[in-house]
Design a protein around this ligand. Structure first.
Ligand code: AHR
Length: 493
């Protein structure tokens, strides 16, 4: 029998709810035809799709990153303000599409406002200049009698938007990026951007552009930018048709966070820096099917992908002391939990773990001892569309676990991904101190086949089953079904 042992006194950190953040990019049908659809009977007076808003509300994303992604490296933000009919349509080179600029800064801000979401803007460090970046900060946050602040007022927004989070470019290390840079050149350029942006508004928080968290780029950028940044961003996409390669790949998140955190601490120590630098996992997801820019880039997710997403979340929870923001890439259509047509939408499989974690996981993270079957994955067995290999990170525990509690230690949430494709695992849950569980609820995501997907025809093929936990005196034993996510919510005395 497997065993999860919990000591409610062994607190490892506090969850920043920004780990449940989202990301929208001018890519495919994410914005146009996703969150924003002019002229649709499903849209409100601002052009926002009301059905999509409802689905987004179910996930309560506290923060939203925009406008890219690769798109931002060629984006002229000034094209997207002022009267809509006068905004220029541009050929944009990241995804080879036409950007009509109908959704710009003021529309993004309005969306965040009506949805009660904190905005996070990534600036253009590809074709964009320092001036454009500082002007954008001034347009959003300026309070004085200055050109850009006045233009915002003229555009109908007397009050500053107070955008707190600003990203210093997107994936500037990549050959695919417009204006890509070496790590050394990025540091030089980002320092200057950071300086003028902070001089424009000293209260903003800057996010440096990281890679995977274990690369030479990361080492150089962390050393070079540490004095000026508040967050360091990481990106990770994983995924495979091979079940185990898919569900075990998020082990890379633990590796990335631990490696990257060590680099950050080294830089802070050597440079005698007092301010914290947190990790912002500002793009992450399963993404391996729709990879070519010519395709619609519209990934359809199955149950195995939902389990991988759950393991990403487990890793963020386990590292709550270091990862203080994470933004699922992306929110609608493209590579996202919500999928629309002109008339309808359905929730993809990955929507359900996102919702359960956001709703059920508590504030305080707890260390847990897990004793269970181990899985190995050899280099030969591993199949991934991505270059990074996970085989060397094994063996992997078949039960991937994270545990949280409220501040008082009475409300517990235990998230368990049983990654075994075939076998259920009966598990005893033990507590270090005498503990009585008086109530329990189960939230489970499962299906007969890990390849099961949702669709317009079968929107609930994979959904959440919720029920009461039957408690036998003194003993908490639960059988986690094969290829499932289970969150146990317990009231403990
Ligand atoms: O999220 C899709 C793309 O993936 C983003 O534009 C880019 O930053 C990443 O490579």
């Amino acid at each position: 029998m497997a065993r999860i042992k919990i000591d409610t006194a062994r607190r490892t950190g506090t969850i920043d709810r920004n780990i449940y953040g989202g990301f929208i990019e001018h890519l495919g049908r994410c914005i146009y035809g996703g969150i924003y659809e002019e002229g649709s009977s499903l849209s409100d007076e601002h052009g926002f799709r009301k059905d999509v808003m409802e689905a987004v509300k179910g996930l309560h994303p506290p923060i939203l990153r925009w406008p890219g992604g690769n798109f931002v490296s060629g984006y002229r933000w000034t094209d997207g303000i002022g009267p809509v009919e006068q905004r220029p349509a541009r050929l944009e080179l990241a995804w080879h599409s036409v950007e009509n600029n109908h959704f710009g800064t003021d529309e993004f801000m309005r969306y965040c406002e009506v949805m009660n979401i904190e905005p996070y803007i990534c600036v253009n460090m590809g074709t964009g200049t320092m001036d454009e970046a500082r002007d954008w900060v001034e347009y959003c946050n300026g309070t004085g009698d200055t050109y850009w602040a006045n233009l915002r007022r003229q555009n109908g927004h007397p009050e500053p938007y107070n955008v707190k989070y600003w990203g210093l470019g997107n994936e500037m290390y990549g050959q695919w990026q417009i204006g890509h840079l070496s790590a050394e050149d990025y540091v030089k350029k980002a320092r200057e951007f950071a300086k003028v942006m902070k001089w424009t508004d000293p209260s903003i928080k800057l996010v440096g552009c990281g890679q995977n968290g274990w690369n030479d780029w990361d080492q150089t950028v962390i050393e070079g930018l540490a004095p000026l940044m508040d967050y360091y961003s990481l990106h990770l996409y994983t995924g495979s048709d091979d079940y185990y390669s898919n569900v075990l790949a998020p082990a890379l998140v633990d590796f990335a966070l631990e490696t990257c955190q060590a680099m950050i601490e080294r830089a802070r120590f050597n440079q005698k820096l007092d301010h914290p630098i947190h990790i912002a996992y500002d793009e992450w997801n399963v993404w391996f099917r729709q990879r070519s820019a010519e395709s619609a880039l519209e990934e359809r997710y199955d149950l195995a992908d939902a389990l991988a997403v759950s393991s990403y979340l487990n890793s963020f929870v386990r590292h709550s002391d270091t990862v203080k923001m994470a933004n699922l890439a992306q929110m609608v259509n493209v590579i996202a939990p919500i999928f629309t047509s002109k008339e309808d939408l359905f929730l993809q499989t990955i929507y359900h773990p996102l919702r359960i974690y956001e709703e059920q996981m508590q504030e305080v993270t707890l260390d847990a001892y897990v004793d269970c079957k181990q899985l190995t994955l050899t280099e030969d067995q591993e199949k991934s569309r991505w270059p990074q290999s996970i085989a060397s990170l094994g063996p992997f525990k078949v039960l991937d676990v994270s545990v949280t509690s409220d501040q008082q230690g009475h409300e517990l949430a235990i998230a368990v991904v049983n990654r075994d494709q075939e076998e259920d695992h009966t598990t005893t849950i033990q507590f270090a101190d005498p503990t009585t569980i008086s109530q329990g609820r189960i939230y489970q995501v499962n299906a007969t086949d890990p390849n099961t997907s949702n669709s317009f025809e079968h929107p609930d093929a994979v959904t959440v089953q919720e029920r009461q936990l039957e408690l036998a005196d003194g003993n908490l034993t639960y059988t986690f079904p094969a290829h499932s996510l289970t969150v146990l919510r317990l009231h403990a005395e």
